[in-house]
Design a protein around this ligand. Structure first.
Ligand code: ADP
Length: 474
């Protein structure tokens, strides 16, 4: 990522501050909307609803003996005035202290009753503004009037309910002032919270970033102060693992370079030495000496080929030539090459083969893996010079095992031996055969084939390398 791209990104502090500020602004906005803007309409709505409810409650109780109780309760609880007029008898029931109806006047009352009679549900709701009641600059007093006409036993009854809507401007003013204080407090809290969250989240990140600058050198020193929360701790662990991997890769690179140069130099020295000897000493121009030059050239060729092969495999540049082949026959053929070890060096190589089975794979590559296991078994079999090759055939699979009874491999090194140029014995010993990257190549080939493979080993007792291939149904 370029420096300019880095500069354009907003700091986490501003991001946190921005989100918290938006949240706080939203909260204050909602408070303002409900406490100030919508307070009056909502209050008026609920008041209208309660007046309507009173009217309806009385309408339901009109001819029952519960009427008195309902009247008493509704008037007491809701601070409402009620008047009932029966058409048949000119009786008016009204709570004494109310002036709402007399304030309105008979004419207006009769008009309301007229509207109620005309309406479909025989009711009429009206809000009256008594502007003359208002003092200078203050809000006019609003009164709700609800008229409902019901059919009783003794003819029509007109129920009139009225209630005042208390002016809320004073309350709204108080709430506005309060909200301003609350907004101030919230704003200060947002700044404080931003700072605290920034300290908690970003400062460990900055520390980690600072420490990670030494990663290219393969070192990473965990700062205990950066371990404040789980994610930061995990990041620290990942980075220190990465540092260890970088160190390992760096070491492997150095080892590879020194081992490759060593392995290249030895045959080259031999070739030059023998060549010069044959040039200078006429009696040394023998077939044996020429053979040494040829053998060493072949070894050189093998090493260079193996190195090229491995790097092509690791870059996924090779494709497998997969086809069915008889793996039992492959082992038989390959093992003939090793007869020389039996006759010349007294090796005892037991080969236990099962029934002939066919597998699918790149025969040349599988041969390469098999030979690598066998060559290693020969190289590391020590004084025992005993090797067992087994082909174990089951229903679905065939397992190929190469076992030696040599020095064995320490348990903690079992994973590392598959790495390029890893050596259990650090001092580089030039083996009789093999380029020193045999197991790394074997791993690539087996992985490319998606096969199971592994090694069991015990120091002093020997090792058993194996891989499993699915058997093709014939
Ligand atoms: P090399 O040419 O060094 O054998 P390999 O990649 O084939 O390279 O093996 C890597 C390392 O694994 C060896 O250097 C050796 O330390 C260990 N190793 C491999 N096979 C055996 C074995 N059969 N017994 C003991 N150690 C082994």
């Amino acid at each position: 990522m370029s420096v300019t791209a880095l500069k354009k990104k907003t700091s986490i502090r501003w991001k946190i501050g921005k989100y918290l500020f938006v949240f706080a602004a939203g909260l204050i906005g909602l408070l303002f909307l409900f406490q100030v803007v919508l307070l009056e309409p909502m209050y008026q709505r609920s008041k209208v609803q309660s007046v309507r409810n009173i009217g309806n409650d009385i309408a339901r109780a009109i001819d029952s003996e519960k009427l008195d109780d309902v009247l008493f309760l509704t008037m007491m609880q809701n601070d409402a005035c009620v008047m009932i007029r029966y058409d048949s008898a000119p009786v008016t029931i009204q709570n004494q202290s109310c002036t709402a109806f007399s304030d309105l006047g008979n004419e207006a009352i009769n008009e309301m009753i007229g509207f109620a009679r005309l309406s479909r549900n025989k009711s009429y709701m009206m809000i009256n503004e008594n502007s003359y009641d208002a003092l200078d600059g203050s809000e006019p007093l609003k009164t709700i009037y609800y008229t409902r006409i019901v059919q009783g036993n003794a003819g029509n009854a007109v129920i009139l309910v009225s209630s005042n809507i208390s002016p809320l401007s004073a309350t709204t003013r108080t709430l506005t002032v309060q909200l301003m204080y609350i907004s101030g407090i919230i704003l200060i809290s947002v700044c404080f919270l931003t700072f605290m969250i920034y300290r908690g989240i970003a400062s460990p990140l900055s520390r980690i970033n600072e420490a990670a600058k030494s990663l290219p050198k393969g070192t990473y020193q965990i700062d205990p102060k950066s371990n404040r929360y789980r994610e930061a701790e995990e990041l620290n662990t990942t980075l220190s693992e990465a540092a260890a991997d970088i160190q390992k890769a760096d070491k492997a690179k150095r080892d590879l370079l020194s081992n490759v140069s060593h392995d290249l130099r030895t045959p080259l020295t031999m070739i030059t030495g023998y060549g010069e000897m044959m040039r200078d000493l006429p009696g040394e121009k023998t077939d044996e000496n020429l053979q040494v030059i040829i053998d060493e050239s072949k070894r050189l060729n093998n090493l260079v080929n193996d190195l090229l092969d491995l790097s092509r495999m690791q870059e996924n540049k090779i494709t497998l030539n997969e086809a069915p082949f008889d793996i039992t026959e492959m082992i038989e053929t390959e093992m003939r090459k090793y007869d020389v070890y039996h006759y010349q060096d007294n090796f005892d190589i037991d080969v236990h083969l099962g029934d002939h089975v066919t597998v699918n794979g790149d025969r040349k590559r599988i041969e390469q893996v098999f030979n690598n296991f066998v060559i290693n078994a020969i190289n590391y079999s020590g004084n025992s010079r005993h090797i067992i090759i087994r082909e174990i055939v089951s229903d679905k699979n065939v397992k190929i095992e190469v076992q030696d009874f040599g020095e064995g491999i320490p348990e903690d090194k079992l994973n590392d031996i598959w790495d390029r140029y890893y050596k259990v014995d650090k001092k580089h010993v030039r083996t009789t055969q093999g380029s020193g990257i045999g197991l790394a190549i074997a791993r690539e080939i087996l992985d490319l084939h998606h096969l199971q493979y592994g090694v069991q080993s015990k120091v002093g007792e020997g090792s058993k390398f194996w891989f499993i291939m699915p058997v093709l149904k014939s």
